[in-house]
Every structure is written in C-alpha cells, then in structure tokens.
Write a protein that binds this ligand. Sequence first.
Ligand SMILES: [Zn+2]
Ligand SMILES: [Zn+2]
Length: 493
Amino acid sequence: MLYLSAEQRKAIRDKPDDDKFLAESRGQPLPPALLKALLGMAMIGTFITYYDNPFEVQRFALQQRWRLVTERLGESWKHRPAWCLFISQDQRTAAVSIRGTDVEQSRGGDIFTDINARPERYATRDGACPLVAHSGMLAAALALEAELRPTLRALVDAGYRLILTGHSLGGAVAALLVWLLRHGTNGEQLPQEAEVLGIGYAMPAVVDRDTAEQMKPFFSSLINSMDAVPRLSLGTLSRLGSEVRACARESGSDLDQDLQHYVDRLSTVWAPRLRDGNPQVAAATTSALQPQDGTASSPARVAGEGDNCSIETPGDAEDADLYVPGNCVWIYRVRGHLEASVVPCDLPPLRRLILDKRMFQDHTATAIHQALLAVRASSSSASGSASAPRWQKFCEASELCPCCGSRYEWMNTARSGKMRCHAMTNCRCCGLVVCVACATSRRALPEQGILEAARVCDRCVWRGSNDAEVLEALSQVYAELGGHSAGQRGANG
Ligand SMILES: [Zn+2]
Ligand SMILES: [Zn+2]
C-alpha cells in the first residue's frame, strides 16, 4: 500500500502541471459569481449543521444575516439526516442545509446512511426522467422530501428562492432533494418559475452519468483537491483494488501495512452505528412559515410510501457507476497553489483514488473554506501559479538533496527506490526537490497567493541573511544613526 502511494506520488510530482492542464483543457474557468456563491454558502453548507444546539447554530447564522427558522438537529436516524432551514430576508432566499458525516470526528448518531452503495433506479410516477442513485441516500432524500415539501412549497409561494446544500453525505442528499423537488414525486411539482438550486460540498458520487449532466442548470458540486469522498464509487474502488494488486506483484510480497488503515477507513466511512428502535420524527421547531393545515409537522412518510414511483436495482452495475452531479467545481493543486475550474464529472483525476494524507484532510469543512479563500486570493490578484517558481520534477532530481548534500532517503529505514519518493518534496519557494527533513519549516507566501503555511527549504527560510551588501552597508548605517542622535542631543541642549 505504501509502495502504491509512493508510485502515485512520484507520478504526480513528475508531472506537476498535469492536473491544471487537464482541468483547463477539458473544463472551463470557474465563473467569479459561482466562486462567490460557494464561499457565501460555505458556512451554512458545511460546518454549521454539525452543531446539535440550535442556539449555537442561530448565533453563527445571525452573524452572516441568516436566520434559523426551523430545524431537526437533535434526532438523526438511518436514512433520516438532520437538517436546518435558514431564511435571508434581504435576499428572499430560504436555505436548507443537510448534515453529512463528520469524517474527522465521526459521531455515531449522525451517520445516517450506510455503505450500501448499491445503485437503485428510480422514476417519478409518470416515468419521466428516471435516475439511478445511491440507494441509502435516495431513501434519505425521499424521506426529507416528504417531510419538507409543505414548508418549502409555502416558501416558494411566498416568493422565496430555495437553495439546498450540505456537506459530504448531506450534499448528496441535497442534490437528490433538488432533483425530487424539481421533478415531483407525487404528481406535486413546484411551480415552473420556482428557483430551486443546490450546492453540494465534498459530496460523494450519487447519481448516474446522464442525471449528473442534466443537473448542471441547477446544481454545483465542490470537490476539494484530493478529497477521497467524491471519488468513492464502485468503479474507483475496483480500480484501486487492481492498482494495489499490480503494485503488490511488482513489489514482492512484503508490502508495508502502514497505509492499510486508509483503505480500511475508506470502506467504513459510511459504516453505520445504528440505534435500535423506530425513527420518530421530532416535530419541527414551530415556525410561522408552516402552512395553516399543519402538514409540515405531521410525521413524514416512510420513503417512497404512497408515491406511486418505482425503485429497482439496475441490472448492470458497471453501467450504473455513480458520479458527482451538476457543475463539478474542482479545486486542484498546481505547484503548491490552489486553483479551480468547472470540469466534466468523468475527468480522470476525479475517477481515481490517490493514497495521500490529504484524501481525508481535504474533506473537512475548514479545509474546504480555506481552499476557497486561497482560490479567491490567487484568482483576484496577479499572484497564483503563474508567479510560482517552476517545480523541479522528482525524476529530474539528482542523487543528493541540494540543501544538505545527503541522499534524499537518509532518514528512512526503508531505502528502496520507491520509498525514496516519500523522502522527497518540493520547496514551495524555490521549487527544488529537497529532502523532507530539509523542508520542515513552513511559511505563508502571500506574494504567490499561498495563504497557508507551506513547506519551505532551509536555504529559502534564511535566504538573504548573508548577502554581500548587507554587511557592507553596516558601518555606514551605524555612522548615520550616531550622527542623527548627536544632532538631536544638540537640538535639545
Ligand atoms: Zn536535505
Ligand atoms: Zn527552497
């Protein structure tokens, strides 16, 4: 596993501009207005729903001119995720945010759906627009649709725009919910002119490819760099399996197990720790927005019940692989910079799992927000990857680290050629390949648009401290300072 990770790392660092080239040649530039919307909804769409306490949620919401009007945060069950509904009066917008799985600090009760990634075919009553979707998330979306439809209908009738959003699994449920609201499950469609839009942050692949394309006019998905969750699908897992086997054949039988937990964790990201008993839908917080007949507070129906719609398992799982829907906004790394493009959902780097510590780090709400800020910084100034130094490729590096003159892998126990890649890194300041131990210092490089502390080699950290003219000028500076203070004494006396 560690060898495969080394191979993947070498492949990426041998072609440091590949992702940018692919994203730009096969995608299109990220419209500034979409970047603004992604940033603007990031708080509501990502971290805020992980609070159980509505007062905390309200505190954050009010700071950003949103108002929490109703929620079901306390109770989340299998196939019944927690959610909250916000209103922005000045923007005439209602936003529903759906809680996902907090992969970082997995809290059992919040994990509402399971590893059951079996795709299911679903069609509305009239058979129009069939879609294939992740079965667990589809069940969650159907339950939420039944629960929220009366309230959302009332908001639309009052002239509100609807935005559905969420992080991780919550984003996937938001995507399906947008689809269900737009197509109607029970012959009840929202008015044609209703604005029902969605943004999913770090969401997994959830629908078939055709549906993913068809959702472009009303949905966007944000994929942060190496995040593994949007890349999880039957197809990518099976590809990872064959890569591991191929690498194992090549590297002999004594594979290091250090990275085994990555794959173990991947397959248990959605593993449920379920309560026993029946879900009871807690009555939503009383809201002036509930329709007079009180339908919003009546218990939601079991998913699909009475909908006269069909759910079945599609025959060929290969054809039914799932994709991230709508406009896929991919934030990618290019020589230490974060840039973003709108890319096709089947772009090869998005259909392959990269074994790297970033595969989980990039999934968190704070990492996503930070990445969006970095994209804004590099797109709104002359900085960005254009101002970054050229990165030396790993394959171009000599045997010795240019900083310390030692072999790159000097600090490693395992010194095979493959393991060497784990001991190499690029200095973000000069771009040279140095040994990891010579680049333990981290600096923000705002002149390049790098806002977060990034690896800088020891030589660059202290660069400029022994330039010839520095000491040359010293006696002159001393003399001037002395003359100035003598002059001041004279003036005072
Ligand atoms: Zn070194
Ligand atoms: Zn350097």
